[in-house]
Design a protein around this ligand. Structure first.
Ligand code: ADP
Ligand code: MG
Length: 239
Protein backbone atom coordinates (compact mmCIF):
# COMPACT_ATOMS: atom_id res chain seq x y z
CA UNK A 1 0.00 0.00 0.00
CA UNK A 2 2.88 2.34 0.77
CA UNK A 3 4.37 1.68 -2.65
CA UNK A 4 0.96 2.50 -4.15
CA UNK A 5 0.78 5.75 -2.27
CA UNK A 6 4.24 6.71 -3.34
CA UNK A 7 3.36 5.98 -6.96
CA UNK A 8 0.23 8.08 -6.88
CA UNK A 9 2.23 10.87 -5.20
CA UNK A 10 4.75 10.76 -7.99
CA UNK A 11 1.98 10.83 -10.58
CA UNK A 12 0.32 13.84 -9.06
CA UNK A 13 3.64 15.72 -8.93
CA UNK A 14 4.21 14.99 -12.62
CA UNK A 15 0.61 15.94 -13.37
CA UNK A 16 0.95 19.27 -11.55
CA UNK A 17 4.21 19.99 -13.28
CA UNK A 18 2.71 19.23 -16.71
CA UNK A 19 -0.35 21.37 -15.99
CA UNK A 20 1.91 24.21 -14.84
CA UNK A 21 4.06 24.01 -17.95
CA UNK A 22 0.95 23.90 -20.13
CA UNK A 23 -0.25 27.19 -18.66
CA UNK A 24 3.18 28.76 -19.03
CA UNK A 25 3.14 27.82 -22.73
CA UNK A 26 -0.44 28.83 -23.37
CA UNK A 27 -0.33 32.35 -21.99
CA UNK A 28 2.47 33.66 -24.22
CA UNK A 29 0.99 31.71 -27.12
CA UNK A 30 -2.32 33.55 -26.79
CA UNK A 31 -0.50 36.90 -26.73
CA UNK A 32 1.59 35.99 -29.80
CA UNK A 33 -1.49 34.88 -31.67
CA UNK A 34 -3.20 38.20 -31.10
CA UNK A 35 -0.18 40.29 -32.19
CA UNK A 36 0.32 38.25 -35.35
CA UNK A 37 -3.29 38.85 -36.30
CA UNK A 38 -2.77 42.59 -35.80
CA UNK A 39 0.39 42.64 -37.92
CA UNK A 40 -1.15 41.20 -41.11
CA UNK A 41 -1.37 44.32 -43.30
CA UNK A 42 -0.01 43.20 -46.69
CA UNK A 43 -0.84 40.04 -48.64
CA UNK A 44 2.63 38.69 -47.93
CA UNK A 45 2.29 39.39 -44.20
CA UNK A 46 -0.97 37.48 -44.36
CA UNK A 47 0.64 34.49 -45.96
CA UNK A 48 3.42 34.30 -43.34
CA UNK A 49 0.95 35.14 -40.62
CA UNK A 50 -1.24 32.21 -41.55
CA UNK A 51 1.67 29.81 -41.35
CA UNK A 52 2.61 31.19 -37.95
CA UNK A 53 -0.96 30.90 -36.70
CA UNK A 54 -1.22 27.32 -37.96
CA UNK A 55 2.03 26.40 -36.20
CA UNK A 56 0.79 28.02 -33.00
CA UNK A 57 -2.44 26.07 -33.20
CA UNK A 58 -0.31 22.96 -33.54
CA UNK A 59 1.60 23.80 -30.36
CA UNK A 60 -1.70 24.46 -28.66
CA UNK A 61 -3.01 21.06 -29.84
CA UNK A 62 0.05 19.32 -28.45
CA UNK A 63 -0.31 21.09 -25.13
CA UNK A 64 -3.99 20.07 -24.93
CA UNK A 65 -3.15 16.43 -25.53
CA UNK A 66 -0.34 16.53 -22.98
CA UNK A 67 -2.76 18.03 -20.47
CA UNK A 68 -4.99 14.98 -20.97
CA UNK A 69 -2.07 12.85 -19.85
CA UNK A 70 -1.49 15.06 -16.84
CA UNK A 71 -5.00 14.59 -15.50
CA UNK A 72 -5.64 10.90 -14.81
CA UNK A 73 -5.51 11.16 -11.01
CA UNK A 74 -8.72 13.19 -10.79
CA UNK A 75 -10.81 10.58 -12.61
CA UNK A 76 -14.19 9.38 -11.42
CA UNK A 77 -15.31 6.05 -12.84
CA UNK A 78 -19.04 5.61 -13.33
CA UNK A 79 -21.38 2.98 -14.71
CA UNK A 80 -22.34 3.96 -18.24
CA UNK A 81 -24.12 2.66 -21.30
CA UNK A 82 -21.50 2.91 -24.04
CA UNK A 83 -24.24 3.69 -26.58
CA UNK A 84 -24.99 7.00 -24.85
CA UNK A 85 -21.34 7.96 -25.01
CA UNK A 86 -21.08 7.00 -28.68
CA UNK A 87 -24.24 8.95 -29.58
CA UNK A 88 -22.90 11.98 -27.76
CA UNK A 89 -19.54 11.79 -29.55
CA UNK A 90 -21.16 11.31 -32.96
CA UNK A 91 -23.39 14.33 -32.44
CA UNK A 92 -20.24 16.41 -31.86
CA UNK A 93 -18.74 15.15 -35.12
CA UNK A 94 -21.91 15.39 -37.19
CA UNK A 95 -21.12 18.69 -38.92
CA UNK A 96 -17.55 17.63 -39.70
CA UNK A 97 -18.89 14.42 -41.26
CA UNK A 98 -21.48 16.25 -43.36
CA UNK A 99 -18.88 18.76 -44.59
CA UNK A 100 -16.68 15.87 -45.69
CA UNK A 101 -19.47 13.91 -47.37
CA UNK A 102 -19.28 11.08 -44.85
CA UNK A 103 -22.24 8.93 -43.85
CA UNK A 104 -22.26 7.73 -40.27
CA UNK A 105 -23.82 4.31 -39.55
CA UNK A 106 -24.33 2.89 -36.08
CA UNK A 107 -25.01 -0.75 -35.19
CA UNK A 108 -25.64 -1.49 -31.53
CA UNK A 109 -26.47 -4.78 -29.81
CA UNK A 110 -29.93 -4.60 -28.25
CA UNK A 111 -28.59 -5.80 -24.92
CA UNK A 112 -25.33 -4.35 -23.76
CA UNK A 113 -23.84 -4.55 -20.28
CA UNK A 114 -22.78 -1.30 -18.65
CA UNK A 115 -19.12 -0.41 -18.51
CA UNK A 116 -17.17 1.45 -15.86
CA UNK A 117 -15.58 4.57 -17.28
CA UNK A 118 -14.54 8.14 -16.86
CA UNK A 119 -16.92 9.96 -19.22
CA UNK A 120 -14.65 12.67 -20.52
CA UNK A 121 -11.71 10.39 -21.05
CA UNK A 122 -13.71 7.79 -22.92
CA UNK A 123 -15.31 10.52 -25.05
CA UNK A 124 -11.84 11.84 -25.80
CA UNK A 125 -10.78 8.40 -27.04
CA UNK A 126 -13.84 7.97 -29.26
CA UNK A 127 -13.46 11.50 -30.63
CA UNK A 128 -9.79 10.82 -31.46
CA UNK A 129 -10.62 7.55 -33.21
CA UNK A 130 -13.63 8.88 -35.13
CA UNK A 131 -11.69 11.99 -36.14
CA UNK A 132 -8.88 9.85 -37.50
CA UNK A 133 -11.49 7.87 -39.43
CA UNK A 134 -13.05 11.06 -40.85
CA UNK A 135 -9.65 12.51 -41.69
CA UNK A 136 -8.79 9.34 -43.63
CA UNK A 137 -11.73 9.98 -46.01
CA UNK A 138 -11.04 13.37 -47.60
CA UNK A 139 -13.20 12.41 -50.58
CA UNK A 140 -16.05 11.14 -48.44
CA UNK A 141 -17.03 7.63 -47.41
CA UNK A 142 -18.68 5.63 -44.66
CA UNK A 143 -18.01 5.61 -40.96
CA UNK A 144 -19.43 2.60 -39.11
CA UNK A 145 -19.55 2.59 -35.33
CA UNK A 146 -20.64 -0.64 -33.66
CA UNK A 147 -21.00 -1.73 -30.06
CA UNK A 148 -21.24 -5.45 -29.28
CA UNK A 149 -21.42 -7.53 -26.17
CA UNK A 150 -18.90 -10.39 -26.21
CA UNK A 151 -19.36 -13.67 -24.35
CA UNK A 152 -16.11 -13.19 -22.39
CA UNK A 153 -17.60 -10.33 -20.36
CA UNK A 154 -16.31 -7.49 -22.51
CA UNK A 155 -17.86 -4.84 -24.69
CA UNK A 156 -16.38 -4.22 -28.11
CA UNK A 157 -16.61 -0.89 -29.88
CA UNK A 158 -15.61 -1.06 -33.51
CA UNK A 159 -14.89 2.05 -35.57
CA UNK A 160 -14.54 1.30 -39.26
CA UNK A 161 -13.84 3.68 -42.12
CA UNK A 162 -13.53 3.36 -45.89
CA UNK A 163 -10.55 5.70 -45.99
CA UNK A 164 -7.00 5.60 -47.30
CA UNK A 165 -5.87 3.01 -44.76
CA UNK A 166 -2.45 2.43 -43.20
CA UNK A 167 0.56 0.67 -44.74
CA UNK A 168 1.34 -2.48 -42.76
CA UNK A 169 4.90 -1.29 -42.05
CA UNK A 170 3.45 1.68 -40.19
CA UNK A 171 1.05 -0.21 -37.96
CA UNK A 172 3.67 -0.89 -35.24
CA UNK A 173 4.40 2.84 -35.07
CA UNK A 174 0.80 3.74 -34.20
CA UNK A 175 0.55 5.10 -30.70
CA UNK A 176 4.17 6.23 -30.62
CA UNK A 177 4.29 9.84 -29.48
CA UNK A 178 4.46 12.31 -32.37
CA UNK A 179 4.06 9.67 -35.08
CA UNK A 180 1.89 11.37 -37.67
CA UNK A 181 1.50 11.29 -41.44
CA UNK A 182 -0.62 14.47 -41.47
CA UNK A 183 0.61 17.93 -42.26
CA UNK A 184 -1.16 19.34 -39.22
CA UNK A 185 -1.22 16.23 -37.07
CA UNK A 186 0.11 16.04 -33.52
CA UNK A 187 0.70 12.29 -33.49
CA UNK A 188 -0.61 12.20 -29.93
CA UNK A 189 -4.24 11.15 -30.39
CA UNK A 190 -3.58 7.42 -30.50
CA UNK A 191 -1.00 7.52 -27.73
CA UNK A 192 -3.47 9.26 -25.42
CA UNK A 193 -6.21 6.83 -26.49
CA UNK A 194 -4.08 3.76 -25.78
CA UNK A 195 -3.17 5.10 -22.38
CA UNK A 196 -6.77 5.91 -21.41
CA UNK A 197 -8.10 2.53 -22.56
CA UNK A 198 -5.31 0.74 -20.73
CA UNK A 199 -6.30 2.61 -17.57
CA UNK A 200 -9.85 1.39 -18.10
CA UNK A 201 -8.59 -2.21 -18.15
CA UNK A 202 -9.22 -2.52 -21.88
CA UNK A 203 -7.26 -2.73 -25.10
CA UNK A 204 -7.17 -1.30 -28.63
CA UNK A 205 -6.48 -3.21 -31.84
CA UNK A 206 -6.02 -1.72 -35.29
CA UNK A 207 -6.49 -3.55 -38.60
CA UNK A 208 -5.96 -1.73 -41.84
CA UNK A 209 -5.62 -2.24 -45.54
CA UNK A 210 -4.18 0.55 -47.69
CA UNK A 211 -6.87 2.08 -49.95
CA UNK A 212 -9.55 -0.11 -48.33
CA UNK A 213 -9.99 1.34 -44.90
CA UNK A 214 -9.21 0.92 -41.24
CA UNK A 215 -10.93 -0.85 -38.39
CA UNK A 216 -10.15 0.08 -34.81
CA UNK A 217 -11.48 -2.14 -32.03
CA UNK A 218 -11.73 -0.98 -28.46
CA UNK A 219 -12.37 -3.72 -25.93
CA UNK A 220 -13.62 -2.71 -22.49
CA UNK A 221 -14.50 -4.93 -19.53
CA UNK A 222 -18.24 -5.04 -18.78
CA UNK A 223 -19.15 -3.63 -15.40
CA UNK A 224 -20.03 -6.96 -13.77
CA UNK A 225 -16.52 -8.18 -14.52
CA UNK A 226 -14.54 -5.22 -13.19
CA UNK A 227 -13.90 -4.14 -9.61
CA UNK A 228 -15.85 -1.06 -8.61
CA UNK A 229 -12.64 0.95 -8.41
CA UNK A 230 -10.60 -0.33 -11.35
CA UNK A 231 -7.18 -1.33 -10.11
CA UNK A 232 -4.10 -0.80 -12.18
CA UNK A 233 -1.63 -3.63 -12.80
CA UNK A 234 0.74 -2.33 -10.12
CA UNK A 235 -2.15 -2.22 -7.70
CA UNK A 236 -3.02 -5.84 -8.41
CA UNK A 237 0.60 -6.85 -7.84
CA UNK A 238 0.64 -5.09 -4.51
CA UNK A 239 -2.57 -6.76 -3.20
P1 ADP B 1 -2.72 12.51 -35.80
O1 ADP B 1 -4.16 12.23 -36.12
O2 ADP B 1 -2.53 13.83 -35.16
O3 ADP B 1 -1.79 12.28 -36.96
P2 ADP B 1 -2.93 10.09 -34.22
O4 ADP B 1 -2.13 9.57 -33.08
O5 ADP B 1 -4.38 10.28 -34.03
O6 ADP B 1 -2.24 11.45 -34.66
O7 ADP B 1 -2.71 9.13 -35.47
C1 ADP B 1 -1.38 8.82 -35.88
C2 ADP B 1 -1.34 8.37 -37.32
O8 ADP B 1 -2.00 7.11 -37.46
C3 ADP B 1 -2.03 9.29 -38.31
O9 ADP B 1 -1.22 10.37 -38.71
C4 ADP B 1 -2.33 8.34 -39.47
O10 ADP B 1 -1.19 8.14 -40.27
C5 ADP B 1 -2.58 7.01 -38.75
N1 ADP B 1 -4.02 6.72 -38.59
C6 ADP B 1 -4.70 6.68 -37.43
N2 ADP B 1 -6.00 6.36 -37.65
C7 ADP B 1 -6.14 6.20 -38.98
C8 ADP B 1 -7.26 5.85 -39.84
N3 ADP B 1 -8.48 5.62 -39.35
N4 ADP B 1 -7.00 5.75 -41.18
C9 ADP B 1 -5.76 5.99 -41.67
N5 ADP B 1 -4.69 6.32 -40.93
C10 ADP B 1 -4.87 6.42 -39.58
MG1 MG C 1 -5.63 11.92 -34.69
Amino acid sequence: AEELLRQSDKLSVIGKLAAGIAHEIRNPLTALRGFIQLMQSTAEDKRYGEIMLAEMDRINGIVSELLMLAKPQAVKYQARDIRDIIRNVLSLLDSQAILNDIQIHTHFDKELPLISCEDNQLKQVLINLCKNAIESMPEGGDLHVEAKSLSDGTVKVRIRDTGYGIESARIPKLGEPFFTTKENGTGLGLMVSYKIIEEHGGSIKIHSEPMQGTMVEVILPALSSVPIFPLKDEALDAV
